[in-house]
Ligand binder design. Structure first.
Ligand code: SF4
Length: 306
């Protein structure tokens, strides 16, 4: 079963080579079938190639991250030309442009000296790998836009990471579309269980913020609460929390059914989709478009694999 799409198509930045654009240093690409053929039906991609857009040309001499004392520099391997400053200036300008485009997330190419997300090799002067860190553009993006959901094509192969990233992307896109206190309150009601799955402690604070008129404080709190990657225990706690709201209305049989499926989910013998299905069935009064119990299709697909 998959939930119906919510009619929203978030704008998501992406390393252009993952879409099949021939922008790599060797004139090739790294087309990712899942991103193009599957997820591409649900989001609007905004392609970015830092190296091509910096004017390095395609094809171009390969570059790498090099350790330089306490610093890490972006250098052309063959000539040693230092591109650290030019890339930082370009990234600042491009980041400002992108912030005008209401991006709800960014998918970055793994292990690239420009786009890698925590997994780009850092070399010493002889070319031996001495560390891993984020590529120059990915690093600047994460610093200048700390609550923007970031993932690589590799991390999205993990259902836990994929469910978390995509749930945040769709939630943030809906938040961007929520204008005014009433719309924010409706957004909160729809996403309350999603918050509970990421940060149960933040729910009551966000309840209060959603009841007030400071929509910016709510938006900040919401984006921050969703930064944490939920573990299986966190999902189980959120589903128990959902059932607590029904309180006395739940029959003993329903309580036992929930306890059984959550135990199975916690030890990995039932998927999150199975657990959510059970909880949803016993909570007919739950928000009809609850973002956690009735997620969009790509999130549900991750639930089924989780
Ligand atoms: S990894 Fe980044 S810089 Fe390299 S080709 Fe892909 S988009 Fe361009």
């Amino acid at each position: 079963m998959s939930a119906p799409a919510a009619g929203i198509r978030p704008r998501v930045g992406i390393s252009a080579c993952l879409l099949g654009e021939a922008v790599r240093y060797d004139g090739g690409h790294k087309r990712d079938g899942y991103l193009v053929d599957s997820l591409g039906a649900h989001v609007e991609w905004v392609p970015v190639c830092p190296e091509a857009e910096l004017g390095l040309g395609t094809p171009r001499p390969p570059i790498r991250l090099e350790q330089d004392g306490d610093d890490v520099r972006l250098c052309v391997i063959a000539t040693g030309e230092d591109l650290t400053g030019p890339m930082a200036r370009w990234a600042a300008d491009r980041g400002a442009e992108l912030s005008e485009q209401d991006l709800a997330g960014f998918v970055l190419k793994s292990r690239s000296p420009s786009c890698g997300l925590g997994d780009a090799p850092v070399s010493d002067a002889e070319g031996a790998e001495v560390d891993l860190r984020s590529g120059a553009f990915a690093h600047d993006l994460s610093v200048s836009w700390p609550t923007l959901p970031l993932a690589s094509e590799m991390t999205l192969r993990d259902p836990e990471q994929r469910a978390c990233f995509l749930a945040r992307v769709f939630a943030f896109a809906r938040l961007d579309g929520a204008r005014g206190p009433a719309a924010v309150r409706a957004h909160h009601e729809r996403h309350r269980l999603l918050v509970a799955s990421h940060a149960l402690d933040a729910v009551s604070t966000l309840d209060d913020l959603a009841d007030g008129d400071d929509v910016y404080a709510y938006a900040d709190g919401f984006r921050t609460a969703l930064q944490q990657l939920p573990a299986r225990d966190d999902h189980a706690r959120a589903l128990r929390f959902a059932c607590m709201r029904a309180g006395e209305q739940l029959t003993t049989a329903a309580r036992e059914q929930v306890a059984t499926v959550l135990e199975a989910f916690t030890v990995g013998s039932a998927s999150l989709a199975t657990a959510v299905d059970v909880v949803r069935d016993i909570l007919p009064d739950a928000h009809p478009r609850d973002a956690y119990l009735r997620p969009v299709e790509p999130v549900w697909d991750a639930y089924e694999a989780l």
